[in-house]
Ligand binder design. Structure first.
Ligand SMILES: *Cc1c(COP(=O)(O)O)cnc(C)c1O
Length: 413
């Protein structure tokens, strides 16, 4: 399986092959880190250039109206809504995931009367746990009590005392994907509200937030959505909660009429109530532009190609020369339980990731011992993935990762 001819054939019939030219990726680079920072696109570049040269520079403050800067969070969110199975009225774009989690956890707790327990998973992304811990010390353990469980205890931890279930859909370390629909349904049977972190899901896997009756969600602009470093995140609030829900970061942009400058806060009735301060227009311009790459793209097809790319990678690896057995796949073998990344553990995971990067196969390392490979169908070819697996195999067989130069660690890993 996957001979050179088959790889060429897969690329020849790839319906996303034409998409690659919409991205700005150095020619000699195989970029398997779009799960961590999506690459630049021509559309993002054009959008930022326009905001700088034709809007800010030319029309200055008038741009808020003339170029509709004030509507940019909503306009950007409308494009994201289409990718996550949500109505546009349920999504807005602002702040970071961390800040939005602060809003949502408080919002969900205030909807659930006498309950105080927030259940999360012990290997959840640290910021999800840190923000909950912060809320716990801010409002007191009698109103917010974090309990963490292992993944296989999520279902059994649900009971009538749990106010909020806070989960990440695709595990950032292992790439394991949870069954969002089933877990949400089970939580609701216990009267528990669910907040999903979609950092590794939006733009990577098909989602149906409205249909699955998800209560709240947050997601990342700079990963699979390619919005650029530090790009704004997004917030989803199910329409059934919009009217009653309140969030504590009551900044002026969330006010019903910010430009009346009244002394008393009165939240907007729409999803705008989840905004806080002035939107970062240049960052939003990048994200709004980048999202045009997804126009006419069906997430179902993205998923299909992502699965085929992962398969191609694994098969190539298996067929390569004797791979030492200390490289272990920690992503579940069942494709239904996989997001769009494959993760391996290795004793020299950091050095291995550096050796790959030296060969222009860009991957990343997650402490203590994981190397992650992200599969992003809009700009990766089967040939890219085949070459990446061959490079990995060569490095493992020749043990080049043991070289002294791969040992130094930078601040960001
Ligand atoms: C990347 C990531 C974040 C990032 O949070 P920010 O506050 O936007 O930096 C949050 N959660 C998960 C699961 C992530 O992977």
């Amino acid at each position: 399986m996957h001979t050179k001819d088959q790889i060429l054939e897969l690329d020849r019939t790839d319906t996303f092959a034409h998409k690659r030219k919409e991205f700005l990726i150095p020619e000699d680079v195989i970029y398997l880190d779009g799960n961590s920072l999506g690459p630049s696109t021509k559309a993002a570049r054009a959008s930022v250039t326009k905001a700088l040269n034709e809007e800010w520079q030319t029309d200055l403050i008038a741009s808020w109206n003339k170029h509709h800067w004030i509507d940019l969070p909503k306009k950007t969110a409308d494009k994201i809504a289409k990718l996550i199975g949500a109505k546009g009225t349920s999504v807005t774009c602002c702040d970071s995931i961390s800040v939005n989690l602060f809003k949502l956890i408080n919002a969900a707790l205030s909807l659930s009367d006498n309950r105080k327990v927030v259940v999360s998973e012990e290997n959840n992304f640290p910021t999800d746990l840190y923000i909950t811990q912060g809320i716990q010390s801010l409002i007191g353990k009698h109103r917010c009590e974090l309990k963490t469980v292992t993944k296989n205890r999520i279902m059994s931890s649900l009971n009538h005392e749990v106010a909020v279930l806070l989960l990440t859909h695709v595990d950032f370390r292992t790439g394991e994907m949870l069954d969002m629909q089933r877990i949400t349904e089970q939580a609701h049977k216990n009267g528990t509200l669910v907040i999903w972190d979609l950092a590794h899901s939006a733009g990577a896997v098909p989602l149906q937030l409205d249909r699955w009756k998800v209560d709240f969600a947050v997601g990342c602009g700079y990963k699979y959505l390619n919005g650029g470093p530090g790009s704004p995140a997004f917030v989803y609030v199910n329409e059934q909660h919009l009217e009653n829900v309140e969030q504590p970061l009551s900044g002026w942009m969330g006010h019903k009429s910010p430009f009346d400058f009244r002394a008393q806060y009165q939240p907007a009735e729409s999803i705008d109530k989840f905004l806080c301060g002035t939107p970062p227009i240049l960052s939003l311009a990048a994200l709004n532009g980048a999202l045009d790459v997804f126009q006419n793209v069906r997430m179902k097809n993205v998923r299909e190609k992502s699965e085929a790319l992962k398969q191609c990678f694994l098969t190539t690896l298996k067929n390569s020369a004797d791979i030492p057995s200390d490289l272990k796949l920690v992503t579940p073998a069942n494709p239904l339980q996989q997001g769009s990344q494959l993760s391996f553990t290795h004793e020299y995971a950091y050095e291995l990731s550096q050796a790959l990067i030296e060969q222009k196969v860009i991957v990343d390392f997650r402490a203590p011992n994981i190397v992650r490979f992200g599969f992003t169908p809009l700009y990766l070819s089967f040939d890219n993935v085949h070459q990446a697996a061959t490079t990995l195999s060569d490095i493992l067989v020749n043990k080049t990762f043991l070289a002294e130069r791969f040992k130094t660690r930078s601040k960001v890993t």
